[in-house]
Design a protein around this ligand. Structure first.
Ligand code: TXD
Length: 311
């Protein structure tokens, strides 16, 4: 009898709990949700389990404050971390989250040495380095979620502007997460038709700009938190591609070793995601301007990595 897949999600906050919801409702496998808050992951998981007879999914759903129950997971999604508080610098946040991600990675890699780790915690590209260094996993088994979210925002805005199905829009963004992303309009198509044939340049530029600021737009509306439906859906799409060995080509943060002329840092690039995690980094040709933007973005990631405390 084939055993069910097992997905562990660390951090039972907005992104983590919603990822548990998507993963369970898609029947990707059994789900374990870990948080440090006593009772919270247990309560959310009991509630999610009780939705299963209505939504018709079979999955064992476990909430816990420790790591025994995570043993032998196929996938680990790390969402644990702090949000930036008033008065906290970007660097303070980075150090605090690096501490959290390092501690969590030590635990998950001990209990699930063969897993693939999907990092979600911000600052994303830098936290990928933390998870990679601390786990000692090969580079293909540590991958970050950001590009799928950025492209999802871009695709949603394009579908709205064109008044057509989101299903028919394919797009690619490169680079670091958020402000630093490098959207490739040349590679954006609507069922194979270049989007520049269907929308005027000023409209496209406005959509790119809104996408870049997509996270901030939501924070300013929510006031007390950041986006979580789309981020969690994106992380679960990555988990699905890996668990089902779909070999999907998706923009993810991967450790580059010479690809795109970049070495030793995680940055958003198109990858093939399959059972081994990052099966391949796909190199597409870039214009000079796109290449410069990617390198500038990678340079900022490197500055952050250089400031990491010893792990
Ligand atoms: O594109 C992307 N990568 C992102 C990243 C998109 C959206 C959110 N992004 C980042 O994910 C965000 O900046 C945060 O760093 C994480 C999680 O965001 P979320 O909105 O879920 O934050 P919450 O609701 O504050 O949840 C964080 C949880 C919270 O319940 C804490 O108790 C828990 O993390 N936490 C821990 N769990 C386990 N172990 C430890 N050490 C721990 N520390 C905090």
């Amino acid at each position: 009898m084939p055993k069910r897949n097992k997905i562990t999600i660390i951090g039972g906050g907005n992104v983590g709990a919603t990822a548990a919801h998507w993963a369970a409702s898609k029947e990707l496998g059994d789900v374990v949700l870990v948080d440090i808050v006593d009772g919270m992951p247990q309560g959310k998981c009991l509630d999610l389990f009780q939705s299963s007879p209505v939504e018709l999914f079979d999955a064992k759903i476990t909430g816990t404050n420790n790591y025994e129950a995570t043993a032998n997971s196929d996938i680990i999604i790390i969402t644990s971390g702090l949000a930036r508080k008033p008065g906290m610098s970007r660097e303070d946040l980075q150090n605090k989250n690096a501490e959290i991600v390092a501690e969590v990675t030590r635990n998950v890699s001990k209990y699930s040495p063969d897993s693939v780790i999907i990092v979600v915690t911000n600052p994303l590209d830098i936290m990928c380095t933390v998870a990679h260094r601390v786990s000692g996993f090969p580079k293909n088994r540590v991958v970050g979620m950001a590009g799928i979210l950025d492209t999802a925002r871009y695709r949603a805005f394009l579908a709205e502007a064109l008044d057509i199905s989101v299903e028919d829009i394919q797009a690619l963004v490169l680079g670091g997460h958020g402000d630093d992303m490098v959207p490739l309009i040349r590679y954006t198509t609507v069922s194979g038709v270049p989007v520049s044939e269907l929308l005027p340049k000023d409209k496209l530029d406005a959509i790119v700009d809104r996408t870049r600021k997509g996270g901030g737009e939501i924070v300013s509306l929510l006031k007390t938190g950041s986006a979580y439906y789309a981020p969690s859906a994106a992380a679960v799409q990555m988990a699905e591609a890996i668990l089902k060995d779909k070999r999907r080509m998706l923009p993810c943060a991967a450790l580059l070793e010479g690809e795109y002329g970049i070495n030793g840092i995680f940055v958003g690039v198109p990858v093939i995601l399959g059972r081994n995690g990052v099966e391949k980094v796909v190199e597409v040709s870039l214009t000079l301007e796109e290449r410069q933007a990617l390198h500038a973005s990678a340079g900022r990631v490197k500055e952050g990595v250089d400031k990491l405390p010893a792990l």
